[in-house]
Design a protein around this ligand. Structure first.
Ligand code: UDP
Length: 329
């Protein structure tokens, strides 16, 4: 299939581009390179440096490239920033996405794969999290993702759009050959920060809270390999053939790992201690978030290849060794 990957130069999008090629599809990348990295995409691929909300440009690309499916990864995703600057998030994550959807409908492209998030659940009432739990985001980031989920439902009903919204847990790791990986600026994610603390590239890690009601007092998260996420996005294609299909899936391994558990894994894989200290809780962090992904496993035959933290960290370590400072700017 000809697939427009919006945000294809970002962390998850760039991995999906590679997985699409591996599965025999033809990705076309659109990215404005605000957070994405040109070097994360092979130079010979079709690449458009454009804004997803530039409706006329996007419409032209959809037609010129004979796009059949659009995958949308391009979102602002810093939770704290979304609290302090909500309009930035609403303009990009909601308004620009609506222009993208309008361009698609106008061009007759009616298959859409959307990056959503477990942040749409807010502080869940029970664990593990199934798709049936109520969605009540506690920050603007989660709310913008939920707003698009709801818009998609309406478009499926009104215009026969077929879509899948994937609610990610903690995307982690890197492509297995170490050629592409995680590089955020600023970096706020646990695994790259722990690796950089171990190698001395950054200061000691601060563990945000050790007084949570969890076995070791630190937060539990569900780290899922970025290539496993990508494979689910491709596995859903055939389900989108029926007009008006509306699908929602949690994507996680179901295995909770604590912050101290991640530190232990990084120490084992790198062979270096991770200098760390305990710091106050970070605002907005729920004690535990992990997925029940039975629905994706059953309906998409999705079987995550990486089911525990150490092999995931090993891929992140391989990427780090190849490019300690990430992509050149
Ligand atoms: N975390 C931490 N120190 C850091 C960064 C993250 O203790 O410097 C913790 C954070 O509180 C959370 C977990 O690591 O419990 C995962 O955080 P991350 O930012 O990687 O992902 P999130 O769960 O926020 O999506």
């Amino acid at each position: 299939m000809n697939v427009l990957v919006v945000g294809g130069a970002g962390y998850i999008g760039s991995h999906c581009v590679r997985q699409l090629i591996a599965a025999g599809h033809r990705p076309v990348v659109l990215d404005n390179l605000v957070y994405g990295h040109r070097d994360a995409v092979a130079p010979d691929l079709a690449f458009y440096d454009a804004n997803l909300g530039a409706e006329a440009t996007v419409g032209q690309i959809l037609r010129d490239e004979k796009i059949e499916v659009v995958m949308h990864f391009a979102a602002f995703a810093y939770v704290g920033e979304s609290v302090n600057d909500p309009l930035k998030f609403y303009f990009n994550n909601v308004v620009a996405t609506l222009y993208l959807l309008h361009a698609m409908l106008d061009a007759g492209v009616k298959k859409f794969v959307f990056s959503s998030t477990c942040a749409t659940y807010g502080v869940p009432q029970s664990m593990p999290i199934t798709e049936a739990l109520p969605q009540a985001p506690i920050n603007p980031y989660g709310q913008t993702k939920l707003d698009i989920e709801n818009a998609l439902k309406a478009l499926a009903h009104a215009h026969g759009l077929s879509f899948a919204a994937f609610r990610y847990f903690n995307a982690a790791g890197a492509y297995e050959d170490g050629a592409i990986g995680e590089h955020h600026d600023p970096e706020t994610h646990l695994i790259p920060l722990a690796i950089d603390a171990a190698t001395g590239l950054r200061p000691p890690l601060q563990v945000f809270g050790n007084d949570y009601p969890t076995p070791d007092g630190t937060c539990l998260r569900d780290y899922v390999h970025v290539d496993d996420l990508s494979r689910a996005h491709i596995a859903v294609f055939e389900k989108l053939a029926t007009p008006g299909t509306a699908l929602f899936y949690n994507l996680g391994t179901g295995t909770p790992t604590s912050v101290l558990g991640v530190i232990r894994a990084v120490e084992k894989i790198t062979g270096k201690p991770v200098p760390h200290s305990f710091a106050p809780r970070r605002a907005g962090d729920p004690p535990a978030l992990y997925a029940d992904s039975t629905k994706a496993k059953t309906e998409l035959k999705w079987t995550p290849k990486f089911t525990s933290i150490e092999p995931i960290v090993a891929t992140a370590w391989k990427w780090h060794q190849a490019k300690p400072k990430g992509y050149a700017r």
